[in-house]
Design a protein around this ligand. Structure first.
Ligand code: SF4
Length: 473
């Protein structure tokens, strides 16, 4: 029997999958284009945690849940930290936030992935609406800025056919070898390059003057700021030549241009400014709000999706969490011992926590440290639904099979809510809440209601509708 589901992984492509007699096949329709990547093609080969453990000894699920209840009971509620990652992108993952927030625990804020760049985007545009993946099919030139699509977004590759490709990347990646132009920039030179390219657009009268007057009237002041970047010294420092900048301007002039950014370019203290400067370069070209044009970064997978869960809580930063402040740390779908910066500090600080609970699918550095391990159910064994940060589809994730192993996020939250007398609606009510955000297209696929196919076509989401340029670097 065919069952429709979707890849749960934190990935640009968010593929639709059809489970058919124990095999996972790619949907031929829409963004998935009939193929999956090696992660999903070999999904069954990745061993999952089968049994709960306490202090290294296997225990029953019932015993594990009892122990969890005790670990939560002995603490002041705010001394419990709920640290949730994005190992699974199903929207029902957040049901555990409902329990922990209602209980009075502390939750986390921010993320370890794209947060700096997203902040810069919001500062400039007033919101973080992504250029959907499929718009790139309509572009004439694609600038791939610090992204490696052969590894991280393989469904982008078919869309690049017959386009001029410019790659800006310190590494000679596979896509860089195929590109019409590869600028092998020094790491962390992106802000300066974006500023200089904007400056040369202005010098060469290659900006979209009418667009700037309507949607970005601070463009002259920004040009003055670009003049503070010394040309020769900066080009030498970032290992880019004037000839390369000239070639970029020649390739993009009066073309439909998509700028596809990776996340490595913003993993610096000035990461917000990097993305805002790249956005400014796109604004100079008038790329927003036009078919086949724009900046594709990570976007917000929850754009236009309301939460049915109670999530109001005290929060601490996910980037430099002060674990020793907590008595019980409940880690869900995350591996802070590998993902957080300053691993040694994280290790030492987690070692001081009385109760570390790991709720997830796979063994990792954090499960190795955890006192209590509760296996989660795989996406094949529970109902869920997901959205994407790279396209606008909303994808049902139906249960493919029944498994006795692990516990779903909903069932774990239902157990805890019952134990601590907290209201929780039925799983079906929450799923229906999310399903109601979908609108059906003629081809039968579901899209998130209200998401724009071409964002910013009527200006930006700032107070005055205009792009807000950087005023200092
Ligand atoms: S490309 Fe991404 S979404 Fe698609 S199967 Fe692979 S990991 Fe999953």
């Amino acid at each position: 029997m065919k069952v429709f589901t979707a890849c749960p992984l934190d990935c640009y492509d968010a593929c639709s999958i059809i489970s058919n007699e124990d095999t996972l096949q790619a949907s031929k329709d829409g963004h998935t284009q009939g193929f999956l990547c090696p992660h999903m093609n070999h999904y069954e080969k990745f061993e999952t945690i089968q049994k709960p453990r306490y202090k290294g000894e296997e225990i029953s699920l019932e015993k594990a849940l009892e122990l969890l209840k005790e670990m939560l009971n002995i603490s002041e509620p705010s001394a419990v930290l709920h640290y949730r990652g994005h190992g699974n992108f199903g929207l029902m993952q957040a049901v555990s936030d409902h329990f922990f927030a209602s209980y009075g625990a502390t939750l986390t804020d921010g993320n370890l992935c794209d947060g700096a760049g997203a902040a810069g985007i919001v500062q400039g545009r007033g919101s973080d609406k992504n250029m959907p993946l499929f718009e790139i099919a309509k572009s004439e030139v694609v600038i791939i800025w610090g992204r490696n699509p052969h590894t991280t977004s393989s469904h982008l590759l078919p869309l690049l056919k017959d386009k001029k490709i410019i790659v800006i990347d310190p590494l000679r990646t596979k896509i860089a070898k195929m590109a019409d132009l590869h600028i092998q920039i020094k790491p962390h030179g992106d802000l300066e390059l974006a500023m200089l390219m904007s400056r040369f657009l202005h010098i060469e009268n290659a900006t979209d003057e009418a667009y700037l007057k309507e949607y970005a009237s601070g463009y002259e002041e920004f040009y003055e700021l670009t003049q503070s970047v010394r040309i020769k010294a900066t080009l030498d420092a970032i290992d880019v030549t004037l000839g390369e900048i000239g070639k970029v301007l020649e390739l993009i002039r009066e073309k439909k241009v998509a700028i596809v950014c990776g996340i490595g370019i913003q993993k610096y203290a000035d990461g917000a400014d990097v993305m805002r400067a790249i956005d400014a370069f796109a604004v100079y070209l008038g790329l927003f709000g036009k078919e086949g044009c724009g900046v594709a970064y990570l976007g917000n997978s929850k754009e236009n999706i309301s939460s049915p869960f109670f999530t109001k809580a005290a929060r601490v930063s996910k980037v430099n969490t002060d674990f020793p402040k907590f008595t019980t740390v409940f880690i869900q779908g995350a591996n802070p011992l590998s993902q957080m910066p300053d691993t040694l500090r994280v290790k030492e600080s987690l070692n001081t926590v009385k109760n570390v609970v790991y709720f997830g699918l796979y063994e990792n550095e954090t499960s190795e440290r955890a006192d209590l391990i509760i296996p989660a159910k795989s996406f094949l064994h529970k109902e869920d639904i997901r959205t994407s940060y790279s396209h606008n589809a909303i994808l049902p994730m139906h249960r493919v099979a029944v498994s006795a192993d692990g516990i779903s996020e909903y069932d774990l939250s239902a157990y805890l809510c019952a134990a601590f007398d907290i209201n929780l609606k039925s799983e079906e009510e929450y799923l229906n809440h999310f399903r109601a955000h979908g609108v059906e297209k003629i081809d039968g696929s579901l899209y998130v209601d209200g998401r724009e196919e071409i964002p910013y076509s009527e200006g930006f989401d700032t107070d005055d509708g205009e792009f807000c340029f950087l005023d200092a670097i």
